[in-house]
Design a binder for this molecule. Structure first.
Ligand code: F6R
Length: 637
């Protein structure tokens, strides 16, 4: 756990938080943070119970509070925590929205909390998305009045949107705003698009508790998890108060804590550029990070940095500790240069003392783990190509079927082809019928799921054949955690870990490549990586594992920071085009995919932009000018 300052410590009063205007607590992971906040809520409820008082809670929906609610439910079931004295007011609801809809916040709250605890039904208040437009104005006034009648909120739980909204108070919201209807920001609608299966299905409006209402709460806790939130959290915590980022209004609330995890805290000055905050404990990683930053800030390459550059930019104690700028520059330059190799599987018969990979054995057995059926070519298509070309025994292991990401119209097209080929094909009839009569966009019947999985499997085989692999080297694990038929997946199970471990055992690889990307919209990459890490843990006592090196690539959403890269594989312009073509074989994932995330570029464009960008950064630091670079970081188990 990093910097868990649970005791209240006003932000900005200590050196390390001097840029911060909101008290925040950082947990290593969202689980620990959620449990801590659930405990705070439970303690408050119990304190009120002892005094025979009601406890007035303001509640949020979205992904951020789910684990808090899970823990509260657990406390109710296992520890006897009662909610009989709780009155709840939810922050918001889409407008218009049927109460029973699976998209409604009403549904969400019952699903995650109210159905499992003993809160009195009459004590639950959630803005009603069915109120007529004529009644809406008065309805909102009454919502605020009701909160006031209870004496205001004792505790308000919040999440934060990438626009800086709290509740649905989008940019432009007034400091004193009350409960009202609001038009949703396009960014907010884009973020909700995947759960609505397309932005066009996301309501344009919502009812939200106002900033003024939220601010009156006696205690406010805002939850922020993941790298997606890091930029807006920095703006909120360190920026000026502004209606453009409504969450900044919380800077003036005296009893607010932001509870965030490490990834969400990454952009805070004390972590991003700690040398600007105070003296640092310099290790190699921090030195690398600082020098890359110094080059970007001064627009110089590494070997041009001077002592003055270091001194002028908060890094004088690094010089004092580690010697001259000359020494630091040379060391960093060499370190980066040694990450570059055109031989990702090691260069046979070469001195490998300063290469990222071992020379021996000449021909390695390699597993490329791909969480979805296209991450292999998107994230490391160039390296994959080189490994095959250089004669290694490359196996691609697809961890999930990826079936939910195939749209209905894509599946229908294939079912109709089947039907055209054989008009009596009962299977095709069943699939066509099932798609055409589907009522909920969420659940596919088993045949449709199967077809969607086959479409992705065939696309993968076409792409890997194009790279030059035989079908026998392609493995489809279809891990069970993924096969729920819905966007929501099961947690990782022993069976998933065993399936992955068995495959590693069967191939006995010298190299494993895995997606170390933790930012995909549905968390699938994270679960797939957890399954690999757990499998490695189980297998590491076997002799053959002593020879196994693990390299992590990043998925379609993020790239390693330059100072983190331990192997950089260059690509020529022709190799870039070849990679593009391999990605094109994944046709169901082209042209406006189902789960686009908040980046509207197609996957091949994202991959090229990212690889070009890494190459451009290396060049700017003074290294060779490549068309593109794929980046990897080694994982030690
Ligand atoms: C939900 C709400 C919103 C969310 C915010 C973050 O009731 O009021 O402000 O808290 O959009 O959503 P997640 O948690 O899904 O990232």
């Amino acid at each position: 756990m990093k910097a868990v300052n649970i005791n209240y410590k006003p932000a900005g009063q200590f050196e390390d938080t001097r840029f911060e205007k909101i008290h925040n607590v950082i947990f290593e992971n969202s689980d620990e943070g959620s449990i801590c906040i659930a405990k705070e809520i439970a303690d408050l409820i119990k304190r009120k119970q002892k005094k025979n008082k009601l406890c007035i809670l303001g509640l949020a929906t979205g992904s951020s509070p789910i684990r808090v609610y899970e823990e509260l439910v657990r406390m109710h079931k296992e520890d006897g925590l009662s909610f009989s004295n709780v009155v709840s007011f939810n922050l918001d609801e889409y407008y218009t929205m049927e109460t029973e809809s699976i998209h409604s916040y009403h549904y969400f709250m019952y699903q995650h909390l109210f159905n499992h605890i003993d809160i009195k039904p009459e004590n639950v208040n959630i803005p009603d998305g069915t109120v007529s437009s004529e009644e809406l104005h008065q309805y909102c006034i009454d919502y605020d009045l009701k909160i006031n009648e209870y004496g205001g909120l004792d505790f308000q739980l919040l999440g934060i949107g990438r626009t800086g909204h709290i509740g649905f108070n989008e940019p432009g919201s007034h400091y004193n705003s009350g409960t009202r209807s609001i038009t949703l920001d396009p960014v907010t609608r884009a973020d909700a698009a995947s759960s609505f299966l397309g932005i066009e299905n996301v309501p344009k409006k919502a009812i939200t508790m106002g900033i003024g209402t939220v601010r009156k709460a006696k205690r406010i806790v805002l939850l922020g998890w993941g790298a997606n939130k890091s930029a807006i959290l920095k703006e909120t915590i360190e920026g000026e108060i502004s209606s453009e980022v409504p969450a900044t209004y919380l800077q003036e609330h005296k009893n607010t804590t932001f509870v965030i995890n490490e990834e969400a805290s990454e952009e805070l000055t004390r972590f991003k550029t700690p040398w600007l905050v105070g003296p640092c404990l310099w290790d190699d990683e921090l030195i690398g990070k600082a020098i890359v930053w110094l080059c970007e800030t001064t627009r110089k390459s590494i070997l041009r940095l001077t002592e003055k550059d270091y001194n002028d930019n908060g890094m004088s104690n690094l010089l004092a500790e580690r010697g001259s700028a000359y020494d630091l520059n040379i060391k960093m330059f060499n370190q980066l240069q040694h990450t570059i190799t055109g031989w990702p599987g090691g260069k046979p018969n070469a001195d490998d003392s300063s290469r990222p990979e071992r020379a021996k054995p000449d021909k390695k057995r390699v597993i490329i783990f791909s969480p979805h059926p296209d991450d292999d070519v998107i994230s490391m298509g160039g390296t994959f190509d080189r490994l095959v070309e250089q004669g290694h025994d490359v196996h691609v292991v697809y961890q999930t079927s990826g079936n939910i990401a195939v749209s209905d119209h894509e599946a229908l097209k294939f079912a109709e082809v089947l039907k055209d080929l054989n008009p009596d094909d009962a299977n095709a009839d069943a699939i066509i019928e099932s798609i055409n009569t589907k009522t909920t966009a969420y659940e596919d019947d088993i045949n449709v799921r199967k077809l969607k999985g086959i479409i992705r499997r065939r696309e993968s085989l076409a792409a890997t054949r194009f790279v030059g692999l035989l079908d026998k080297n392609i493995h489809f694990l279809e891990l069970p955690f993924y096969e729920t038929g819905t966007v929501k997946k099961n947690p990782i199970g022993q069976i998933d870990i065993d399936i992955v471990a068995n495959k590693i055992e069967e191939i006995k690889p010298h190299q494993i490549y895995a997606a170390g990307d933790l930012a995909d919209p549905h968390g699938t990459h994270k679960v797939c990586l957890d399954a690999i890490f757990a499998a490695l843990e189980n297998l590491k006592h076997n002799d053959y594992m002593d020879d196994c090196w693990v390299w992590l690539y990043r998925g379609a959403w993020h790239e390693w920071d330059i100072h983190q890269i331990e192997m950089a594989v260059p690509m020529s312009p022709d190799q870039v085009l070849k990679k593009r073509k391999a990605i094109f074989y994944h046709q169901s994932q082209k042209d406006g995919v189902m789960f686009q995330g908040n980046d509207t570029r197609e996957f091949w464009v994202r991959a090229e932009d990212r690889n070009n960008d890494t190459a451009r950064k290396y060049h700017a630091l003074g290294l060779s000018d490549y068309a593109a670079l794929e980046a990897f970081k080694r994982y030690f188990f």
